[in-house]
Structures are given as structure tokens and as C-alpha cells.
Design a protein around this ligand. Structure first.
Ligand SMILES: O=C([O-])CC(=O)C(=O)O
Ligand SMILES: [Mg+2]
Length: 247
């Protein structure tokens, strides 16, 4: 059985990080499907800064439940240990803050000031299946952020930050602290931590092969025999790969 208990994860080895930075979410979802996992791509999220879409990092989770008017009042923000603020000041270098907003978009999961603090903490990105406010700030923020639609409302209007570093759902995907989040212009995929190394390696190999296949399709070859490659095309690829090794 897969161990999903929550422990402080080790940092990702540099080689795994490098391979995942080069891998597309499309390739990773295919590699996950070949291992039986078909629900790892988060639904309905988009990158808020088109110049900052490539993201790789380790999940730091924050869980929201529905707000209640007598509990979630503005004065709670006077407490620097409010769970939303505490989470922001706990995220470590190379981690991605993943927020379970239950797919609800009527209030922002966070705003530009908190995101700027995360950037300064070395956070690798922010992912929420909800909204953000201060959209202009996110459009130029130098940290990948993935969310649904904007909402000017502060989180208290719909969300109550309740816990961090617990398993959550985000975009209909289970996220365990320590899982690996990869983002690009298609969106965000959650890679179970125990598969990160082997998927990174397999994704790099798939992309190397696909670069060759694409060059053949660009030169006018039909799909039959080329995509997927038959034995002859594979042999051609092997010869090409000997000259153009995967680095
Ligand atoms: O979402 C919030 O209430 C916080 C906020 O506006 C910000 O971080 O700029
Ligand atoms: Mg703000």
C-alpha cells in the first residue's frame, strides 16, 4: 500500500527537479496514466501571468472550509497567527502553496501582498481551485500562480482557513503534503511523491522521442509508422539519439 501519512518531505533531488522543469504536464499525465493514475490534472485552473507558467515544487497544503459570519470577521486578521497568514509564513523554499478552496470562486483565496511575501520566501508557486484578488499584481508577479476566476472579495466572505499540511483536494485532485506539483501553460498536474523520480526520468525519455517524431511529422511524414513510431522509425530514432543524446 502507498504510504500517504504526512511527514516533512525531503527536498527533491536536483536531477529530478531539472527533468521535471523540462517535462510538459501533457507528458507527465501520459506517464501517470501508464501507471494507472488518471485523475492527477487539476480541473479549471489557469496561469495568471503568461510569462510565469513553468512551475515545479513540493506541495505545502492549506485547507479552507466554508466561512461562517460569526467566526470569519475582519478582526481575525489582527492575529498574525491566523492560519492563512501562518501558512504564508511557513512555506519553504521550493514549495508550492496549494489551497483547497473547494472550487468556490466567490471570494479570493489570497491577494497580491500575501503572494509577494511568498515570492520573497522562495516559494515556487501558488495553486488554488478558487479565486485571487488584486489581479493586476498577479498578472506581473514573478512567481507562477494558478487559479480559476478573479474575485475582489477577501477570503473571509466565503472561506475559513482551518489547517495546513494535511491532505486536501484541489481542482478535483487529491494532494498530499510533499507531492510534486508541475505547472505549465496547460495547467497543473500533481505527481505523487513516490513516483516523482521514475516519472521524471520516463518523461524526459518520452519528450526526447517525441522531439524526433515531431521533426518527422513537420517534414511531412504521415502518422502511420511515425506516431506512434513503428520498428523502423524507432531504429531511426535510436540512430538519431546516438548523435543527439538526452542530456
Ligand atoms: O486576500 C486577502 O485578503 C489579502 C490581500 O488582499 C493581499 O494579500 O493583498
Ligand atoms: Mg490585497
Amino acid at each position: 500500500m502507498v504510504d500517504t501519512s504526512v511527514k516533512t518531505p525531503d527536498p527533491l533531488p536536483e536531477g529530478v527537479l531539472l527533468a521535471l522543469r523540462r517535462a510538459s504536464t501533457a507528458t507527465i499525465t501520459t506517464q501517470l496514466l501508464s501507471r494507472g493514475l488518471r485523475n492527477q490534472f487539476m480541473q479549471g485552473l489557469r496561469a495568471l501571468n503568461p510569462a510565469q507558467v513553468n512551475m515545479v515544487g513540493v506541495a505545502f497544503t492549506l485547507r479552507y472550509i466554508p466561512a461562517r459570519e460569526d467566526v470569519d470577521v475582519l478582526s481575525v486578521f489582527q492575529d498574525y497567527d491566523h492560519p492563512q497568514r501562518k501558512a504564508v509564513e511557513s512555506v519553504g523554499r521550493g514549495e508550492v502553496l496549494v489551497i483547497d478552496s473547494r472550487g468556490q470562486q466567490r471570494a479570493a483565496s489570497l491577494g497580491h501582498i500575501l503572494a509577494t511575501r511568498l515570492l520573497h520566501r522562495g516559494c515556487a508557486g501558488v495553486v488554488t481551485d478558487g479565486s485571487v484578488r488584486d489581479s493586476d499584481g498577479f498578472a506581473t508577479l514573478e512567481m507562477p500562480t494558478f487559479a480559476m476566476n478573479p474575485s475582489a472579495n477577501t477570503n473571509l466572505i466565503q472561506h475559513h482557513a482551518v489547517d495546513m499540511q494535511v491532505p486536501i483536494g484541489c481542482g478535483e485532485v487529491a494532494v498530499y503534503p510533499g507531492d510534486v506539483l508541475v505547472g505549465d501553460s496547460d495547467g497543473v498536474v500533481c505527481l505523487p511523491r513516490h513516483l516523482a523520480e521514475e516519472v521524471a526520468e520516463a518523461a524526459a525519455a518520452q519528450e526526447h522521442l517525441e522531439a524526433f517524431v515531431l521533426s518527422k511529422v513537420e517534414s511531412g511524414r504521415p502518422l502511420r509508422g511515425t506516431y506512434p513510431p513503428d520498428e523502423a522509425t524507432r531504429a531511426e530514432y535510436e540512430a538519431w539519439a546516438a548523435e543527439n543524446p538526452l542530456l
